[in-house]
Design a protein around this ligand. Structure first.
Ligand SMILES: NC(=O)c1ccc[n+]([C@@H]2O[C@H](COP(=O)([O-])OP(=O)(O)OC[C@H]3O[C@@H](n4cnc5c(N)ncnc54)[C@H](O)[C@@H]3O)[C@@H](O)[C@H]2O)c1
Ligand SMILES: O=C(O)C(=O)CC1(C(=O)O)C=CC(O)C=C1
Length: 365
């Protein structure tokens, strides 16, 4: 029997991560891909993630059980009419785009509703491209599904199970609700981050003191300003109505903050920071929540050559994968400690036991 075939159009950060997760959990599946970047496809073949690099959306996509559209949102929508003539009637067509209404409207216009289940993994990064993709990017992340009204319950259930089998957490939502929610919690923050960075650029001193002195607060709130311009340009164009309304509401809240500052209203200013702190602190600190739990431990190391390598070797020889490792200097650890981040709680707990066994001083936070 021929193995299940899955097609990707666009194989960057998100397409690559989903493809890598499929390769990890379904090693026998036949994955094919088209990406406008030929080097990306060559790398994916070389890494053993895809079997076939397609030079266009051709007949190779005909036998696919699933086709994932993973290019910037406007391109995904533009490919639909081409796919209509190629896809098999049993294929589940899906996307990973950050906006859903525009693609649903085009699906309806093209009468492709029986096959379409929109998708959106609520995970990502400011980095782009296949080289930065990882199977575990979608692990424990909410993965929003927006089936059309005409797609059968069986198809939705089967796709939901498939997404869950990749270790993501499927959540079914109406596509219009999706766009209001993501407009507020994702699109608005990206606009805030980018405008804030540009504001500093435009108001910096001649010798760029702001740029030099910008510390943790600025960096924490602006990491996402380094994201792909074409991706965010297309998101803003495709979710214009929602973003415009949300920006209007947000500007009003900035005006309110300005009025409190202008009038020196102590109670209002205190309340601004108190309510935000309480709400932010109430957000679930779990790997599936909006604020990803980090599995990190801190460890004193002897300041000598090979100190980090020794720890890395201890962990690697016990099959513990390190997500991130580096020396940190902050007020909590004035002397500087080694921060080691893991992919999951179990690895973190095992690492603590091991390092303590080797007499390292370990701090858990
Ligand atoms: N980056 C994130 O944090 C994130 C999170 C969730 C969903 N998304 C959505 O995922 C999709 C892809 O984003 P990404 O972060 O993977 O971007 P990316 O830039 O890493 O990848 C996009 C890929 O699509 C390819 N591509 C671009 N135009 C194409 C075209 N016309 N035809 C074929 N291939 C084309 C690029 O070569 C690249 O490999 C977008 O729709 C985005 O809204 C992104
Ligand atoms: O973590 C990041 O860097 C992201 O921007 C991820 C993020 C977001 O949270 O806004 C970006 C776009 C999405 O469609 C989903 C997730």
């Amino acid at each position: 029997m021929a193995s299940t075939k899955i097609g990707f159009i666009g194989l960057g950060l998100i397409g690559g991560s989903v493809a890598k997760a499929i390769r990890k959990y379904y090693p026998d599946y036949n994955i094919i891909a088209f990406d406008k970047n030929r080097e990306t496809l060559a790398l994916a073949v070389q890494d053993g993630i895809i079997q076939t690099a397609c030079s266009s959306i051709d007949k190779n996509f005909r036998e696919c059980s699933y086709i994932f559209l993973c290019a910037p949102v406007a391109y995904n929508t533009a490919y639909l009419s081409q796919l209509k003539d190629i896809m098999s009637p049993d294929c589940i067509l899906t996307d990973v785009g950050s906006v859903k209404t525009s693609i649903h409207e085009e699906i309806t216009a093209l009468d492709m509703e029986e096959n379409f289940i929109g998708g959106h993994p609520m995970a990502g990064s400011e980095k782009s491209g296949f080289a930065n993709s990882k199977a575990h990017l979608i692990e424990n992340a909410y993965y929003i599904l927006t089936p059309t009204e005409k797609v059968s319950k069986e198809r939705t259930a089967s796709y939901r199970d498939f997404i869950a089998s990749l270790k993501a957490i499927p959540v079914v939502l109406d596509y219009k609700v999706h766009d209001c929610i993501t407009g507020t919690i994702s699109h608005l923050p990206h606009i805030i981050a980018s405008t804030l960075v540009n504001y500093v650029r435009d108001h910096d001193t001649k010798d760029e003191l702001m740029k030099a002195l910008a510390a943790g607060g600025f960096k924490d709130i602006t990491r996402i300003a380094s994201s792909s311009p074409v991706m965010w340009q297309q998101i803003c164009l495709k979710n214009r109505a929602n973003i415009s309304q949300i920006l209007g509401g947000y500007i009003a809240s900035l005006e309110k903050a300005k009025a409190s500052v202008d009038s020196g209203n102590e109670a209002e200013l205190y309340s601004l920071f108190e309510t935000s702190r309480d709400y932010r602190d109430s957000m679930p600190n779990s790997s599936a929540g909006p604020i990803k739990k980090q599995f990190a431990v801190y460890c004193d190391i002897i300041d000598e050559a090979g100190g980090i390598a020794t720890i890395a070797t201890i962990l690697a020889s016990n099959n513990i994968n390190i997500k991130n490792i580096g020396i940190v200097h902050n007020r909590e650890f004035e002397e500087g400690v080694l921060r080691i981040e893991f992919y999951d709680e179990a690895s973190s707990a095992k690492a603590v036991q091991l390092l303590q066994k080797y007499h390292y001083v370990v701090y858990e936070t």
